[in-house]
Structures are given as C-alpha cells and as structure tokens.
Design a protein around this ligand. Structure first.
Ligand SMILES: NC(=O)C1=CN([C@@H]2O[C@H](COP(=O)(O)OP(=O)(O)OC[C@H]3O[C@@H](n4cnc5c(N)ncnc54)[C@H](O)[C@@H]3O)[C@@H](O)[C@H]2O)[C@@H](O)CC1
Ligand SMILES: Nc1ncnc2c1ncn2[C@@H]1O[C@H](COP(=O)(O)OP(=O)(O)OP(=O)(O)O)[C@@H](O)[C@H]1O
Ligand SMILES: [Mg+2]
Length: 341
C-alpha cells in the first residue's frame, strides 16, 4: 500500500491507496428477482450538443451497462437523433437550446420551458451527470445552471464533468456547500479549478494537500482528480486509486467514469448507512473509488485484448461483464436474499 503523508495546517493528511477492490465487492449488488424496473437506478445525463454526441452517449450507456435500469439524456435538438441512433436503450430528450437557434426576446420563455421539461422528471432520478459533451454556449449553460439548482433543491446527487466543470468553475455557488456534488476534473479542468479557487498553479509535489485545499475551498463537494493515479477528496480525507488501467488515452474514458459513477452512486446511497459503519467514509468518496477502480479494470481488460487499437467503445464492452464478475464475492450479510447474476 502506497502511503503519502502531507502536512495540512497542524494536521497530517495521509493519502492511502484505497482498498478499491474490496469496496467494489461490498457495494456491487446482486440481481434480485423481487425488484422492479428502476430500483437499481434511474439516471440522467445533461449533455450533448452540435459538436459532441459521443460523450453523453458514453456516460449514459455506461450507467446502463453497470446495472442501472433507466438512463436518460437531456441534450440539444441537433444532438438528439444522433444519440438515439447510437442506442435504442437510452431515453433521449431533445430539449436544450443553444444561442444560435434562439432570438433574444425568446430566451426567458425558452429557459422556463427547458426547466419545466426537466422538472417533470427530476424527482425520479437517483442522480444526474452534468456536462459530458455539453458545449460552452452561454445561453445553454444558463439553462443548465437552473437545472443544477433544481437538482439541489430536490436533493438529487450531481456529478459534474466536462463542460459542466467549465460552468461550475465560473459559478462555484452551484456546488459549494452541496455534499451530494462530485466533480471529476481531468488535467485541464483541474488546472482551471485550482486557478479559480486557490489562485495558484497546480502543484504535483504537494498534490494531496492541494486537492484537500481545493475541496475545502469549494466547500462540501467531493473531487475526483483524474490522472495517472486518481485522487479523491471531500476536504476531510484523500484517497488514491492507482490500479493498473490502460496506456491508451483515447477520448471518452472520462465520460465512462462519470456515467459509471452514477450507478455506483445510487447503490451506495441505498446502502449508505450500512456502508458508513463499515468504511467510515463519505458515500460520495466511496462512489468515486468504486467508479475509478471499475474503469481502470475494464480499461486494462480491453487493452489486453485490443492493444493500441483500444477505443472507449471497447472499454464499455467490459463494463459489468468480466469486470464486475471478477470482483464479486459473497458477503452474506450484504447480499442475503439476493440472487447473484
Ligand atoms: N466523443 C465525444 O463526444 C467526446 C466529447 N468530449 C467532450 O468534449 C468537451 C471538452 O472536453 P475536453 O476534455 O476536451 O476539455 P478541455 O478543457 O481539455 O478543452 C477542450 C477544448 O476547449 C478549448 N478551451 C479550453 N478552455 C476554453 C475556454 N475557456 N473557452 C472556450 N474554449 C476553451 C481547448 O482549447 C480545447 O480545444 C467536454 O464536454 C467533453 O465531455 C470528451 O469527453 C471527449 C469525447
Ligand atoms: N496517465 C494515465 N495513466 C493511467 N490512467 C489514466 C491516466 N490518465 C487518466 N487515466 C484514467 O483514465 C480515466 C479518464 O481520465 P482522463 O484524464 O482521460 O479524463 P477526460 O480527459 O475527462 O476524458 P474524456 O476524453 O472522456 O473527457 C481516469 O479515471 C483515469 O483513471
Ligand atoms: Mg472529460
């Protein structure tokens, strides 16, 4: 176990390699014949615009592949038919609008319409992912801010990724003080967050301290910093996941992580009380650890098979298949009465 200790004020912060496989084993539910559709998770991805249709698809399909029952995508009108054509499994809502298709005088009414469309569904979601392939159109981002505020009022967990992080970096209040928010920045997104919140450059020599400061600076949210090793902090602890993944850095892998987190997250919330007793860790942190470990395992299996030709779609093939099967084990008190798939 790698152990990186860092001084934080008068406290010593110890960054430990999380026992990710064990966490994964304990939180992966078996399939239960008594459950009905929706009980294993209903999730929504807010993303998908003219430029990007792959990212929301990757996030939404990953949630399904890992065990969620229903996966929705709220995207722009241009992106919807494309995302639908990738998969008939996804429920796609073509409701978002970008500035180019809206006259100034229509903006108020369209914004209210978008919010009303999402509000019809919000209470049903166990979690939303904001940002994969969202783009950076100002009008669209204003509408998404309102969606995030609605999710907060409804106590729905929010995972923020991709362009959602661009939005949040410039509007920290959207997540500040919300313990059900998880931010999953990549190298660029992390750099922008650090500059904005800490007014400094990224310091890899003191990575744990800096992540902890960032999480505290934002206040309440959990941050998963993606990289060679994934670092996770809620401002209290710092955990690391460095299970071997894949040397391929093709686009879309981060999107899988955000989608995959969703399902793990739903399950964690259901089991939160029990889990907290076992692990004494914030359920959001547990979700991040599990999501990171699953992605890395799937990436490593895919790479064994496809080598240099590995793409994100290949990694998705292994989600929930060999990946979970290999980690599942019998924990009677956890799974009693359940049928293993
Ligand atoms: N197949 C797909 O549809 C994929 C879509 N993706 C989406 O692509 C979007 C961008 O993600 P990246 O990881 O590439 O993000 P990055 O932050 O690395 O930047 C992407 C691009 O935006 C430009 N940029 C940076 N700061 C900017 C600013 N302040 N204003 C305008 N442009 C700026 C950069 O120059 C770069 O060309 C996200 O929504 C992400 O989810 C990626 O996930 C990759 C896969
Ligand atoms: N150098 C690396 N070595 C091993 N794994 C890595 C490395 N960098 C990133 N990863 C893994 O890939 C996953 C995706 O991280 P990445 O930094 O590619 O996200 P991203 O840029 O947001 O991806 P996307 O293209 O989907 O937007 C992370 O969870 C991490 O586990
Ligand atoms: Mg990304």
């Amino acid at each position: 176990m790698q152990d990186l200790s860092a001084k934080f004020g008068s406290r010593t912060i110890t960054t430990v390699e999380a026992d990710a496989e064990s966490i994964l084993r304990k939180i992966t539910p078996t399939l239960d014949p008594n459950r009905h559709k929706g009980q294993a998770g209903k999730v929504a991805v807010i993303g998908g615009c003219r430029e990007y249709t792959g990212a929301p698809y990757f996030a939404a399909i990953s949630a399904l592949k890992i065990g969620a029952d229903l996966s929705h995508v709220f995207c722009t009108k241009d992106a919807a038919p494309i995302i639908k054509s990738y998969s008939p499994e996804l429920i796609v809502h073509p409701i978002l609008e970008e500035s180019y298709s809206v006259r100034d005088e229509e903006k108020g009414s369209i914004s209210s319409k978008v919010l009303a469309e999402v509000a019809k569904w919000m209470e049903r979601f166990d979690c939303i992912v904001v940002g994969p392939g969202l783009g950076r159109d100002p009008f669209l981002l204003d509408c998404v801010s309102e969606i995030m505020k609605l999710a907060r009022r409804s106590n729905v967990p929010i995972v923020v990724d991709g362009d959602g992080l661009f939005l949040v970096t410039n509007n920290l209040d959207l997540v500040s003080g919300y313990p059900l928010a998880v931010l999953t920045p990549n190298i660029n997104e992390y750099k922008r967050l650090v500059q904005k919140v800490l007014d400094s450059e990224v310091n890899d020599q003191e990575a744990s301290e800096q992540l902890l400061s960032l999480a505290r600076g934002i206040g309440g949210a959990t941050i998963l910093r993606k990289g060679k090793s994934d670092l996770i902090s809620d401002g209290e602890t710092v955990n690391m996941v460095s299970i071997f993944g894949s040397p391929r850095r093709c686009g879309g892998q981060g999107d899988i992580l955000s989608g995959r987190f969703v399902t793990t997250e739903c399950l964690i919330l259901i089991l939160a009380c029990f889990l907290l007793e076992i692990f004494q860790l914030n359920p959001m942190v547990l979700g991040c650890i599990a999501a990171s470990a699953l992605l890395r395992k799937a990436a490593s299996i895919a790479f064994k098979d496809k080598k240099r030709a590995t793409l994100t779609t290949d990694i998705i093939e292994y989600l929930g298949r060999r990946c979970i099967e290999e980690t599942q084990c019998s924990i009677p008190e956890f799974h009693s009465g359940f049928l293993r798939a």
